[in-house]
Design a protein around this ligand. Structure first.
Ligand code: SAM
Length: 269
């Protein structure tokens, strides 16, 4: 595990904070509204998972705030909310949103693998789509445990290995390029979002949260599995357009959440 690996992750997310691609940044209020509307339209399962309303009058930490959409929900719900992100961009965007709404909360640049907080400080630690990007995911999960109060709850989404997104990455970068021996893990590691992304099986996730009690793990079909979002400009080619058109969405829906990319984990310290 090198600092270079973490620096590559930071550089990726500083360049394009999560969800902001292709949105016009000129009118700031419209930009943030669109970001929020799009997020919960594409991922309606986030709110029931996060249960932001339970943050009221609680000490809540969000690890990896990104552009801050979920963080705003914690703050609006009346949580004593603290946010960290590896990137200056994520912190700046989240602070800008708070200022636009006349709200205040602490948001700082920090590393999930070395959280700048005392032990047993938070009632809820929430982290959505973040810890699998950090080079040492087990260390980041140990940090979640450390900063939770005894009895406190972790709500964490990390990527599921046996998922349509992983298969798609393998098909595009392995099979279609004459490298069918490429593993799903390699496809995710080299081609899903920031460099070095990991995905886990359900038993692996349970092992990662082995220190916690009352661990519940489920997988959720997401917009990435169904290719519901706008096609990325990174893939302008015909093969990609064809994939977008031919993707077997009805079959994927029929098979349900089992092969979803989002692995939702709830656990108690
Ligand atoms: C896919 S985005 C998710 C952002 C937000 N949670 C969301 O769902 O939109 C991943 C975020 O994780 C952050 N991140 C990655 N590694 C991190 C680390 N070690 N410590 C803190 N944040 C990290 C990135 O900077 C980026 O903002």
């Amino acid at each position: 595990m090198t600092d270079a690996a973490k620096e590559a992750v930071r550089a990726h997310w500083d360049a394009t904070p999560c969800g902001t691609r292709d949105l016009s940044p000129d009118d700031r209020r419209a930009f943030f509204r669109e970001l929020e509307d799009e997020r919960y339209a594409l991922e309606p399962y986030i709110k029931p998972f996060a249960r932001f309303w339970e943050g009221r009058d609680k000490d809540v930490l969000e690890v990896g705030v990104g552009a801050g959409t979920d963080f705003m929900q914690w703050v609006r719900a009346g949580a004593r909310a603290t946010g960290v992100d590896l990137t200056a961009q994520g912190v700046a965007l989240t602070q800008e949103r708070l200022a636009l709404e006349g709200l205040s909360a602490t948001v700082t640049q920090g590393d999930a693998e070395a959280l700048p907080f005392d032990d047993a400080r938070f009632d809820i630690v929430y982290s959505y789509g973040v810890l699998h990007h950090s080079p040492n995911t087990p260390r980041a999960i140990d940090e979640v445990y450390r900063v939770l109060k005894p009895g406190g709850r972790a709500r964490v989404m990390i990527y599921h290995l046996y998922s349509w997104v992983a298969v798609m990455k393998w098909a595009m970068h392995g099979a279609a390029k004459g490298r069918p021996q490429m593993s799903l893990r390699e496809a995710v590691h080299d081609h899903l979002e920031s460099p070095g992304t990991k995905a886990y099986t359900v038993p692996e996730a349970r092992a990662l949260f082995g220190r916690f009690r009352d661990v519940a793990v489920r997988t959720q079909l997401g917009h990435g599995d169904l290719l519901l979002m706008r096609p990325s400009e990174r893939y302008p080619g015909r093969a990609h357009q064809l994939l977008w058109r031919a993707w077997p969405r009805p079959l994927i829906r029929l098979l349900g959440n089992r092969f979803g990319t989002a692995m939702m984990i709830e656990a108690t310290r």
